[in-house]
Design a protein around this ligand. Sequence first.
Ligand code: NDP
Ligand code: 2IT
Length: 444
Amino acid sequence: MSYVDEVYQMVVEKNPAQPEFHQAVKEVLESLRVVIEANEEAYKKDALLERLVTPERQLLFRVPWVDDKGQVQVNNAFRVQFNSAIGPYKGGLRLHPSVNLGIIKFLGFEQIFKNSLTGLPIGGGKGGSDFDPKGKSDREVMAFCQSFMTELNKYIGADTDVPAGDIGTGAREIGYMYGQYKRIRGVYEGVLTGKGLSYGGSLARTEATGYGLLYLTEEMLKCNGHDIKGKIVVISGSGNVAIYATQKAQQLGAKVVTVSDSTGWVYDPEGIDVALLKEVKEVKRARLTEYAAARPSAQYHEGRGVWSIKCDVALPCATQNELLIDDAKALVANGCLAVAEGANMPTTIEATEYLQANGVLFAPGKAANAGGVATSALEMSQNSERLSWTFEEVDSKLRNIMINIFHNLDDAAKKYGMEGNYVAGANIAGFLKVADAMTAQGIV
Ligand code: NDP
Ligand code: 2IT
């Protein structure tokens, strides 16, 4: 058995019932095969792959809090500090009832390569809880966040581990967590990113993941002879990433015709009204039925279905494994040119392979959505120098980073004989920097 296969086998055996983690490892190891085989003896002797797939540290803790009825609730919480070879652990906190250790490990593993691709000095980590912020009062969310941080604060810091937002964790949650960290530790430092602008946040962080997704997509299309202008775009999700992806796509002259949430989706042939979407999702925290009710051109459908709409570009921006093989077939049949992942691992391996085999340009999440964490690293820089950069300054750095990421993927894919395979390009380029740093630092 080859070294890559041995390590994958070990991951499956040692991490039972963690299918998302297995999937993330499988995708990475498959595309590293050629790189590993060229240097197999040295990597194997150092157990480099075994160390890469094993988190440096995993924290599991309970979060007790009191709800509005006076009832005590208990949630499970996690922080996986996966790899610190190239910088302090960096990655978001997901708050969603589906969260478990396997999901946090898949996200932390992806984050290692994504953070490496940004070119900035950040290692990989991820955390979260099965707490569901939906339908909770502000006081309940604050009670949860304070209790969560009362434990988490022991393990994080501006130079050790810097969490941020993800699904269910936005500006409100980051604010409550930051307040509790400062209260307990008594230091005013950039321990979280995605902070509010009045207390150390960076301009353009809110927009960064969605904007970055479009900067990379625009470059990928351009380098393959297409223009984003005039394209029809379908987007899933209607959270932070989806909203700002929609906004930037429209600024670049494309027309976004769908968004979705976990109950249904909207087809709006005249183009999504971003101001209305923000009002419904960011201010009212309501369902998409409210968007459809306020917008005569919009059709609301229950369930899932955005990938059935004819489009040039598809941008999955909701969650993992939301674009399946039948969706990939529908996209190909409808002439879709490009898929770029705003979410983490939204496309199954089978669907990814089908899209690639049928000539669809495919940008994986660890490259395409890296603008969020890259801008988080820019927030860390601003916090360290106690300065705030302008929106234009941050946005132009973000755009350069995304363009560079695309060219790094493209170059790595070409160098290893897989031209146009941006999945392989991302995994290889991300891996090489981390592997080099791990090797240089010895057996730790
Ligand atoms: P939000 O919580 O802001 O939005 C998530 C959106 O996805 C909501 O519209 C949600 O609908 C929808 N959704 C549909 N099905 C699910 C499901 N099963 N689980 C969770 N959400 C679901 O999150 P973000 O926009 O921040 O994150 C979206 C994706 O982008 C995630 O994969 C995240 O890891 C990734 N990402 C986020 C970054 C960031 O900076 N925020 C950076 C890089 C990647 P509903 O409201 O009905 O639950
Ligand atoms: O998946 C991700 O990259 C994020 N949720 C953002 C992480 C961060 O530290 O900004």
